[in-house]
Design a protein around this ligand. Structure first.
Ligand code: NAP
Length: 436
């Protein structure tokens, strides 16, 4: 019975769903050993460091990941970075296939003057800051002004805006990182703008996320009803309205019609606004937007501008992948053909393959499609390249599944005492020691 060895690089949703697809493809004639490598001592990728803390239900998929990891054919090599601790050239000959599930961790930039001023940060830094990713615990987030501006009309922008606009006590029973929770309790921000460069009908927010906004207990959510009305008219004029757009337009209407309670905390959507320049003396003080209009279905500039005084600008306009030594990247993704890295035994799944799109579950079908191709490509005779153990770095503590289980349990136990789902540790050395 052929038995193949597969390496998965990255312990996020794409990685676990790939392992699950491999496990589900096993039969009497085909079996796999799966080795998963992860650069951090903590697992679950965006489920841990991306999903907003006030959306705990989305994180319950981690139970599926742990079930996958508990199978006897699964080994975990956490705290091992590919490209520095171990090269891809050392991995490929030892496995029948290697699947890159390394995501996209760098934030796209606006490319406008003033973007580098302190106080202008990317969601790619802000989100892992509030989620306790060890590399981002020191990100400077100025919360001493009364207004914040979030750029982008997607779900990441919405998460960032909610985190800034919620009453911080609502975050106390969540797994928000302690440093972020303390800072948010001290935050002076009361008004958060979310800015889209096109119209509400073009926004990438999804309806469930929009529909929860009028239910926020301590935050008023505003959108000018005229802009919602205009979006409805434009969408209707453009032809049949697709289901997801109809659902979004209805959600916008509910937001526009929701009762304003006079809360001190306000989240306001503004559309047809393109960021042009960030101004300030040594730090962000103001951001200038160009006003757009929609003519013949196209977004065009009017030439007019307006400014918003703020000292915090967060750009949530998409991501691209951090290059890894030995892997070819193009357009912010692993260079691939439907998940195959041509001419190699390397494959890719998730954001590293298709760019930053879709929800967590999208990676499940993505993984299953790529695993089918991987199986088609397998040589009849499995490779016999020896075990990876011989090339693992001797100076690094490997966080295996038993160690990760201890880290996870320790965080959950520490959180329990405080009424939280977990208390995240952000120091790498302490995380490793929790696993020993
Ligand atoms: P996204 O959905 O692609 O949205 C990016 C937004 O940035 C778009 O509104 C885009 O506008 C805007 N943008 C791009 N370049 C810009 C520029 N130069 N100036 C101004 N605006 C610009 O990306 P995302 O929000 O990062 O989300 C990534 C994926 O994760 C999405 O599939 C999202 O649904 C998913 N996600 C899901 C959840 C959830 O389910 N709760 C939470 C977070 C993320 P244009 O359309 O005009 O280009």
């Amino acid at each position: 019975m052929p038995h193949y060895k597969i390496a998965i690089i990255g312990a996020g949703p794409a990685g676990y769903f790939t392992a699950q697809a491999l496990q589900n493809s096993q039969s009497d004639d085909l079996t796999f050993s799966i080795d998963m490598f992860e650069r951090l001592p903590t697992m679950w990728g965006l489920v841990r460091s991306g999903v907003a803390p006030d959306h705990p239900k989305i994180k319950s998929v981690s139970k599926v990941f742990e079930k996958v990891a508990s199978e006897p054919n699964f080994r975990l090599f956490g705290n091992i970075e590919i490209g520095s601790d171990l090269d891809i050239e050392e991995i490929c000959p030892r496995y029948d296939a290697v699947v890159m599930c390394t995501g996209s961790s760098l934030g796209k930039t606006l490319g406008i003057p003033g973007e580098d001023l302190p106080g202008s940060i990317s969601a790619a830094d802000f989100v892992p800051w509030y989620n306790g990713h060890p590399d981002y615990a020191g990100v400077e987030v100025p919360l001493d002004g009364d207004t914040a501006v979030v750029i982008g009309a997607g779900n990441v922008a919405m998460d960032c805006a909610r985190m800034l606009a919620l009453e911080p006590s609502e975050l106390d029973p969540t797994d928000t990182a302690s440093h972020a929770l303390a800072a948010l309790h001290e935050s002076k921000i009361r008004k958060v703008f979310i800015m889209g460069r096109r119209g509400p009908e073009h926004a990438a927010f999804t309806a469930p996320e929009l529909r929860e906004l009028p239910k926020l207990e301590h935050t008023d959510v505003l959108i000018d009803s005229e802009s919602v009305h205009a979006a409805h008219e434009r969408a209707a004029a453009a032809g049949e309205i697709e289901k997801h757009l109809a659902s979004n337009l209805e959600a916008w209407r509910l937001i526009a019609e929701s009762l304003q309670e006079g809360h001190e905390r306000v989240m306001e959507f503004r559309f047809l606004s393109t960021p042009k320049e960030i101004k300030g003396n040594g730090k962000v003080e103001e951001i200038i937007f160009g006003i757009n209009e929609i003519k013949d279905g196209k977004v065009v500039e009017t030439g007019e501008t307006y400014s918003v005084k703020t000292n915090l600008v967060i750009s949530a306009i998409g991501y691209y992948a951090l290059p890894i030594k030995g892997i070819s990247f193009r357009d912010g993704k692993v260079e691939n053909d439907n998940g195959r890295v041509l001419g190699t035994n390397i494959y890719t799944v998730g954001w590293a393959k298709r760019g930053p799109s879709g929800v967590i579950g999208t990676n499940k079908s993505d993984a299953s499609d790529v695993v089918k191709l991987l199986i088609e490509d397998l040589d009849p005779e499995p490779k016999n390249g020896g075990d990876i153990a011989v090339v693992l770095p001797r100076d690094k503590t490997i966080v295996d599944q038993a160690a990760w289980t201890k880290i996870n349990a320790a965080e959950v136990a520490a959180g329990e005492a405080l009424g939280k789902p977990r208390l995240k540790e952000v120091d790498i050395a302490k995380l490793i020691s929790l696993g020993q």
